[in-house]
Design a protein around this ligand. Structure first.
Ligand code: GTP
Ligand code: MG
Length: 200
């Protein structure tokens, strides 16, 4: 399950611009500051690769990174929610939704959720939308090194309530993994999980 090689492939402005081969891919999704870039860097153990993809301004692009010449990690824009009066409604851009709905090679969305804060509505909305659209998903809890009590693999209150609140969005509750990009906690679990999903 180890990562031997990673290369930046391309940034796509539309789902139709994405690579056309059949390699499986995992999309990284989450709020700004949740730790997306840090997780990609921790997974591939390269400090700069996810940063290479950073575009100034609000340009929304889909960044493909090819791993071991056999599968992709895809870095998506953070949530683009409008400040709608009812903050419950999710206003993801047609762009991002289009990617999820059209991308046949998408194995699983890795939805990153900050374990150091209680569940946020915006993350619940995202989980809800993906669940309603039957898009395969894995919850990846980030910043687990910040948990107050050192509980090893025991999920704490923030994680347990997130899992509880999202139950109703799925027929089968998604798998979930605890991680820390600071300590490397969960890295091997996540890599193993992804390799199992690719080979099912
Ligand atoms: P955007 O690119 O703005 O959407 O943010 P991002 O999701 O890529 O987050 P990024 O990886 O840039 O991390 C945001 C902040 O959280 C940085 O200050 C990181 O150092 C910190 N951070 C990320 N992962 C961890 C973690 O596992 N533990 C701790 N303690 N801090 C983390
Ligand atoms: Mg980032």
């Amino acid at each position: 399950a180890q990562i031997k090689q990673v290369e930046y492939v391309k940034s796509s402005a539309r789902p139709s611009d994405c690579p056309k081969d059949d390699r499986p891919e995992f999309a990284i999704v989450g709020r700004s500051n949740v730790g997306k870039s840090s997780l990609v860097n921790a997974l591939v153990r390269k400090k700069e690769i996810a940063l290479t993809s950073k575009k100034p301004g609000k340009t929304q692009v889909i960044n493909h990174f090819l791993v071991n010449k056999s599968w992709y990690i895809v870095d998506l824009p953070g949530y683009g929610f409008a400040n709608a009066p009812d903050s419950v409604r999710m206003d993801w851009s047609a762009f991002t939704k289009g990617y999820f709905l059209k991308r046949k090679t998408l194995v699983s969305v890795l939805l990153l959720v900050d374990a150091s804060t209680p569940p946020q509505q915006i993350d619940l909305d995202c989980a809800n939308w993906l669940g309603r659209n039957d898009i395969g998903m894995t919850f990846v809890f980030t910043k687990c090194d910040k948990r107050k009590a050192k509980k090893g693999n025991q999920p704490d209150e923030n994680i347990r309530s997130f899992l509880q609140l999202t139950r109703k969005y799925y027929k089968v509750p998604p798998p979930w993994i605890m991680t820390s990009s600071v300590t490397g906690f969960g890295r091997d679990d996540l890599l193993l999980h992804m390799s199992q999903l690719r080979n099912y």
